[in-house]
Design a protein around this ligand. Structure first.
Ligand code: ATP
Ligand code: MG
Length: 378
């Protein structure tokens, strides 16, 4: 109950926004992160240590009533220790499943959803066999540790195989080959499940990536109503089959013939769910806190169409210049851009520094504002 302390493994922006939402409900936060003055550390008590530091993890357990995490690559030993010495409602099984693409795909299939045809790759020979079977183009991925498209090789022609194998086999993890899905749209659904089994989903977002980094989430996704409903149904089935507690984000591909393929899962708040902060009755962050604290889940209904735009390091200068002036275009279009910044000191190229939720009468008005804006020209 409020007054209790929530321990957070990880001190990035997801932790920061969880702490903001939890603070409002009266919870205290302590975060474990190697970086002093991390985005979350600015708003919570801090333990500064590496993620695999067992003593630091034990200290986090001692100082917290409940523990959660903001990234999925939590060290297995640390997760087990936290589970033994504190209360980790999400459990380590969900982490174990989502940390590995092959385990994740099997779990998604067990939930009755479809994934891109895939094969486990253990040698150049097995890669050649898999390509003969799945066809080209295809994507070779490391089974663990990938993010923002890192650890992936797109294979377009037969001559790409050997080079990709030579690079990928250096990664020191298992590999998986996926058929390349010629999707029409990428969408994502965020579901929340509480320990008592209550499940709620947020309205699906349509996601547009630039250089493998999320650029826009358009909500509601511009897909037929039947697809929205089917995407939410799949997310509920996955949350239930995996016995998830807290948030689980489900990324999907939609093909021209209306088929949905699940791409990957994330057992935490998701970048494509940041739109919920102003556009929903309950944000993904509040929902996660409610779920792990076993409070009744909040109403996730959408209040308004919205487009979320990520702010990367290279967008900071034009964003700050824009912020200091009155925005006539927004007024004319009837949109309200809400700025969120994560408190990161250095605006490095491609680094996620914040996001803007553009609340609008319809998504076209929000997209028009984004395209007129000076912020995302670079
Ligand atoms: P992120 O951290 O951004 O979610 P990631 O590194 O975990 O990314 P994926 O989500 O698996 O990797 O892939 C990144 C992007 O690459 C996808 O959003 C999609 O645009 C493209 N992609 C991945 N797999 C496939 C596929 N099988 N067919 C077509 N496109 C794909
Ligand atoms: Mg992804």
């Amino acid at each position: 109950m409020p007054g209790a302390t929530i321990g957070l493994l990880g001190g990035g922006q997801l932790g920061r926004m969880l702490a903001h939402a939890g603070n409002r409900l009266g919870y205290r936060f302590v975060t474990l992160d190697p970086t002093p003055d991390s985005p979350c550390g600015q708003t919570a008590a801090q333990i500064i240590a590496s993620y695999d530091d067992r003593d630091a993890a034990r200290e986090l357990a001692e100082r917290s009533d409940v523990i959660t995490y903001e990234f999925e690559n939590v060290d297995a030993d640390v997760a087990a220790m936290l589970e033994a010495e504190s209360y980790v409602p999400q459990g380590s099984k969900l982490l174990y499943t989502t940390q590995h693409r092959l385990r994740e795909k099997r779990a998604v299939e067990a939930a009755g959803a479809t994934v891109a045809p895939y094969a486990e790759i253990v040698s150049l020979n097995s890669l050649q066999d898999a390509v003969a079977h799945l066809g080209l183009p295809a994507v070779l991925k490391t089974a663990t540790g990938g993010y923002d498209g890192k650890g992936q090789w797109v294979l377009r022609e037969a001559t790409d195989l050997e080079l990709a194998w030579n690079e990928a086999s250096q990664a020191g993890t298992e590999l998986v080959l996926e058929q390349f899905i010629k999707f029409d749209k990428e969408i994502s659904v965020i579901a929340a499940r509480s320990p008592s089994g209550e499940v709620r989903t947020f309205v699906p977002a349509e996601n547009i990536h630039v250089n493998n980094i999320l650029h826009l989430s358009i909500v509601p996704a511009r897909v037929p109503l039947g697809v929205l409903a089917e995407a939410e149904r799949l997310a509920v089935s996955i949350a239930e089959t995996l016995g998830a507690v807290g948030l689980i984000a489900v990324e999907m591909f939609l093909t021209a013939d209306g088929q949905l393929f699940v791409n990957e899962l994330a057992p935490r708040p998701h970048n494509s769910g940041h739109y919920t902060m102003e556009a929903c009755r309950t944000s993904q962050f509040e929902q996660h806190i409610r779920a792990i604290c076993n409070l009744p889940l909040g109403d996730p209904s959408l209040l308004t169409p919205v487009v979320m735009v990520n702010v990367l390091g290279e967008h900071m200068e034009p964003l700050l210049a824009w912020m200091s002036k009155k925005d006539d275009a927004a007024e004319q279009l009837g949109v309200t851009p809400k700025v969120h910044l994560y408190g990161k000191a250095e605006a490095k190229h491609k680094r996620k520094m914040g996001h803007v939720n553009v609340l609008a009468p319809n998504v076209d008005a929000a997209l028009e504002w984004v395209s007129q804006s000076p912020i995302w020209r670079v």
